[in-house]
Structure formats: C-alpha cells, structure tokens
Design a protein around this ligand. Structure first.
Ligand code: BEZ
Length: 210
C-alpha cells in the first residue's frame, strides 16, 4: 500500500555499503531522507549520488541522515562507488542500501510497474524525528532530482514544526513566512510581537521566527 504523509515510516533491516542497519535505529532521534535509484551503473543516478555526497555537510547541519537505495547487490554498489568518486569528485559518504530481493523497495512502494517493470522509480521520503513521513516525491527515472529543493523542504519542515507558520511559494530560509490561518489575531499578537502585514485576513506575512 502507498505510504501517505503522516504514516509511520516502515522499519526494516538491510545490508548497506556501511554494513547492516535497522532503519529506525539508523535514523536515531533526528531527521532522515530515504531515496531510491532505478539501477547501479546508470548515468543520472551516478550524478545524483555524487551531489548528495557533496551536500552531506548540509544534511548534517540539519541533523538529517541520508540513505540511498538501489535494487542491485552490494558487490555492484561497491564497484559503482568507485565510479561515483572518479566521475563526480565525491566519494559516497552515506549508506547505500542493497535491495536485490526488493524487500525495501516493495515496502515503500518504490516500484511502479506501469512506469518501470522491475526497477524502482526515483522516490524521496523525508522522515521526521517522530518517524512519521513528512514528504514524499516521486520522479521518473529520466529526471535527476534537485537535492537543494530537498534541503529547502527540510528547512521549511523544521521551522513549521516549531512555530505557528507556513512557508510561501519559493520560500528559502530567512525569507518572510505566513502566520497559519488557524491562529487568531489575538493569539498571533502573543506569538509574533514584532507584528505582521495583513495582505488579506487569511494572508498574514511576518518575519521568519528564529
Ligand atoms: C539513469 O540513472 O540514468 C537511468 C536509470 C534508469 C533509466 C533511465 C535512466
């Protein structure tokens, strides 16, 4: 069954390039991103894994673990890792799950047979410290993901988890935010003493809380 936002991220054990893991233990108390790749030794996936390795410090700053998955065996992952380092200039610095029996891919509904019969599509799940799924996006194999966008969403999720705000279109960390419509003006006065601009009664814009 498809995994929906707010569902608990299913737990699993799996072999990875960094040894065997139990997913929930691996995530610990922080945030996590789980993302799938159609196949080892494929061009788009190679660029994506290099990019995530380059961005690892950004994920660390956000207390967020990253973990990839491909349905090929560990031996292939190890050979492919060398190509990733050679061609992308960044060695894998996070685990890549080997899922040859498609156990995890099926658990997370990453195989969409009408799109790709046996390989996974490019799924992304962001998981919160409560192990609940906060975002899921599915890309086709032909489109490499934008991991800056994933970081942007993590910034929004972490901000909105702690403050009564939502983030507007194309928001980036530091930009103004929107006071959630469920908060009355009276309540908003307490939470946002610096005030806000009322564009419409339902659209109140304020500085990003720190
Ligand atoms: C790729 O990663 O380049 C790719 C993988 C499967 C199908 C198409 C492209």
């Amino acid at each position: 069954m498809a995994i929906r936002l707010g569902d608990e991220a299913p737990n699993f054990t799996a072999d990875t390039t960094e040894g065997s893991i139990e997913f929930h233990k691996f995530l610990g108390d922080g945030w996590g991103v789980l993302f799938s790749h159609p196949k080892d030794f494929t061009p788009v996936c190679t660029t994506e894994l290099g990019r995530v390795a380059a961005l690892k410090a950004e994920f660390d700053k956000r207390n967020c673990k990253v973990i990839g998955l491909s349905v090929d065996p560990l031996k292939d992952h190890e050979g492919w890792s060398k190509d990733i380092e050679e061609t992308q200039g960044h060695a894998l610095n996070f685990p890549l799950i080997a899922d040859p029996d498609r156990k995890v891919a099926e658990l997370y509904d990453m195989i969409h047979p009408n799109e790709l019969e046996t390989f996974t599509v490019r799924s992304v799940f962001i998981i919160g410290p409560d192990k609940k799924v906060k975002l899921s996006i599915t890309y086709p194999a032909s489109t490499g993901r934008n991991f800056d966008e994933i970081l942007r969403v993590i910034d929004s999720l972490q901000l909105t988890a702690n403050h009564q705000v939502a983030t507007p279109v194309d928001w980036r960390d530091g930009d103004d935010v929107i006071i959630v419509p469920t908060l009355s003006d009276e309540e908003a006065k307490e939470r946002f003493p610096g005030g806000w601009e009322t564009v419409k009664p339902y659209l109140r814009v304020t500085k990003q809380p720190s």
